[in-house]
Write a protein that binds this ligand. Structure first.
Ligand SMILES: C[C@](O)(CO)[C@H](O)COP(=O)(O)OP(=O)(O)OC[C@H]1O[C@@H](n2ccc(N)nc2=O)[C@H](O)[C@@H]1O
Ligand SMILES: Nc1ncnc2c1ncn2[C@@H]1O[C@H](COP(=O)(O)OP(=O)(O)OP(=O)(O)O)[C@@H](O)[C@H]1O
Length: 306
């Protein structure tokens, strides 16, 4: 990902990276219907970019609009309003521009990542200096995946994914395929055939390999996703991220990842599957590109060198 982090007194540009669930076990269901998970989160050096510019009034604007999402429902606007309300003092409004790269509803956590970037960017521009715990708690009210993006370290996640312990994962290259169909997260979690009783394991055991409990249900709901998993498993240990629809396959080198990407785009796989697939390659990272960018900003502000 190119470094979009820039700041002057009134504007700031920051990345909103994707996440992968390197494994996802469903270990129980709470009384409120939400599911208890065990998962390993890792970031990708690939994602959206958000630009923030403070206004002279208190309005919050977002452009461009996302297809099928009302601006008031967009997690970026919801995050900005939530923080404005929480701060409970007069704050300037902000014009936000979204450069969307991540497929929506792909299990890459794009909406959650957008929300987290908004919380951290506005905390910075509005000079609120809130604790990370406070921002993570605010984020959790927007979505189960927001806290990991707020905290910014690859993590072993438990609960609904809000109990996070740093995890030292390997950092392979990944080929990620979005099959061009979508799966509803609520539809997967509400499915009667979802496995919800996988035995608890330790993080060190999970680091040796796990599976995604959503895969069987996702295959039923969208057989096209199962076809992608089967195809990628001919090349490596491919897995579903989150509740899909994206499938990822790890490689030790970028060259190997590029070979599969080319194979899909121009080779046999292209012949078999149509253009609706969205394919990209990216590297796994254990520190979020958002936090890498914020750290660089802090250093350049402290030293006066950009
Ligand atoms: C599957 C994961 O992507 C794994 O990282 C996340 O747990 C999903 O996170 P998310 O998209 O932010 O999910 P939310 O927007 O909070 O919830 C979407 C839907 O999934 C259900 N849901 C979500 C997370 C969870 N642990 N159990 C659930 O049953 C919620 O009840 C809701 O109906
Ligand atoms: N800024 C946003 N970016 C993407 N989706 C958004 C945004 N704001 C609201 N949404 C809504 O959230 C839904 C889920 O989007 P997202 O891209 O986060 O899915 P996902 O990658 O499957 O997330 P997860 O892995 O957390 O389930 C979208 O279908 C859309 O209706």
């Amino acid at each position: 990902m190119t470094d979009p982090a820039t700041i002057d007194e009134v504007s700031l540009s920051l990345p909103a990276p994707a996440k992968l669930n390197r494994m996802l076990h469903i270990v129980g269901r709470r009384d409120d219907g939400n599911h208890e998970l065990q998962t390993l989160f890792q970031f990708l050096d690939h994602g959206d970019t958000l630009h923030f510019r403070l206004r002279h009034d208190d309005a919050i604007t977002l452009s461009p609009a996302l297809e099928g999402v009302r601006t008031e429902d967009n997690l970026i606007v919801r995050a900005a309003r939530l923080l404005q309300k929480f701060a409970d003092r007069p704050l300037p409004g902000v014009d936000i521009t979204l450069d969307k790269k991540l497929p929506m509803g792909g299990g890459l956590g794009g909406g959650s990542s957008n929300a987290a970037t908004t919380l951290l960017a506005l905390d910075h521009l509005w000079q609120l200096e809130l604790e990370t715990d406070t921002l993570a708690t605010l984020g959790l009210s927007l979505g189960a995946d927001v806290p990991v993006f707020v905290r910014g370290f690859a993590a072993w996640g438990e609960g609904v994914g809000e109990r996070l312990i740093p995890a030292a994962l390997d950092t392979p290259w990944f080929v990620v395929v979005h099959p061009g169909v979508s799966v509803s997260t609520a539809g997967v979690f509400g499915h009667p055939q979802l496995t919800r009783d996988t035995p608890l394991i330790s993080m060190s055991r999970a680091l040796q390999g796990g599976h995604n409990d959503c895969e069987a249900v996702v295959r039923r709901l969208e057989p096209g996703i199962g076809e992608v998993i089967d195809l990628l498993r001919q090349y490596g240990p491919a897995m579903l991220t989150g509740t899909g629809a994206c499938v990822f396959c790890p490689f030790e080198s970028e060259t190997s990842a590029l070979e599969l990407e080319r194979e899909i785009l121009y080779g046999v796989a292209r012949h078999a599957y149509p253009n609706r697939w969205n394919v990209f390659r990216a590297r796994g990272c254990n520190i979020s590109p958002l936090h890498q960018a914020l750290n660089r900003l802090r250093v350049s502000q402290d030293t006066g060198v950009s």
